[in-house]
Design a protein around this ligand. Structure first.
Ligand SMILES: Nc1ncnc2c1ncn2[C@@H]1O[C@H](COP(=O)(O)OP(=O)(O)OP(=O)(O)O)[C@@H](O)[C@H]1O
Ligand SMILES: O=C(O)c1ccc[n+]([C@@H]2O[C@H](COP(=O)([O-])O)[C@@H](O)[C@H]2O)c1
Length: 196
């Protein structure tokens, strides 16, 4: 089975993430998408909801989609969640393992732990977040030339939604309706997340 690992902080998961995953299913030969919320993000530290909350919001968002699943692999691990370790783990279980990122991370990935190993060993699926597709294509070409990296760019409409914007709206007591799955909206209100 071919799987695509979708790593993220998902703080909270929003419709941009869900549409990305559906595009991956629609336009690649990937059989399943595995969402992997991170435990201790290696790079972010402010206003992050507890891993259990972020995991539960992912679970609620995808429970009715048989092509999607959520893994607690990173939230169960002690210490920072490094992507290379997660990909190595899933590559033992599956025939082919892709990693899904937004194009913003295509320009950050070189700073990640063992980035070269990720780029050399694992195919990456990129969904556009910026409008300048030429810049994205150039970066993909560069990684191909240097690391022989297999990077697939999927053509998806730009969805200008971020978890940061959602958290901002909540703090300002504004509605996040339609930006997240209705069950996630209900969960955030019930648990009082992102108010402070
Ligand atoms: N609207 C979007 N379009 C394309 N890619 C996205 C979008 N939102 C998130 N991603 C990608 O999904 C992955 C997980 O994103 P993450 O959970 O950090 O959400 P985020 O909206 O970027 O969060 P934050 O605003 O807190 O930084 C990353 O690879 C990110 O690039
Ligand atoms: O392994 C690393 O060094 C590394 C550095 C930055 C980000 N990541 C992973 O990349 C994914 C997307 O990150 P983010 O910040 O956009 O949520 C998520 O799974 C992070 O754990 C991984």
């Amino acid at each position: 089975m071919k799987v695509a690992i979708f790593g993220g902080t998902f703080n909270p998961i929003h419709i941009g993430h869900l549409i990305m995953a559906q595009y991956v299913k629609n336009f690649t030969d990937v059989d399943r998408i595995i969402f992997v919320p991170n435990g201790t993000p290696p790079h972010k530290n402010s206003e992050i909801a507890l891993p259990q909350h972020r995991f539960e919001m992912v679970r609620l968002s995808i429970e009715d989609n048989p092509d999607f699943e959520v893994s607690d692999f990173e939230i169960k691990k002690e210490g920072p969640s490094f992507t290379i370790n997660t990909l190595e783990y899933f590559s033992i279980l599956y025939e082919k393992v892709y990693f899904i990122i937004g194009s913003d991370n295509l320009f950050e990935i070189k700073k990640w732990y063992k980035a070269e190993q990720i780029l050399k060993k694992f195919p990456i699926i990129v969904l556009p977040r910026e409008r300048e597709r030429d810049l994205i294509r150039k970066q993909i070409e560069k990684f191909f030339c240097i690391y022989n990296a297999e990077i697939i760019l999927i053509d998806m409409p730009i969805i200008d939604i971020s978890s940061t914007e959602i958290r901002r709206l909540i703090k300002e007591n504004r509605s996040i309706r339609y930006m997240v799955h209705p069950k996630v909206e209900e969960y955030i209100i019930r648990k009082g997340l992102y108010k402070e």
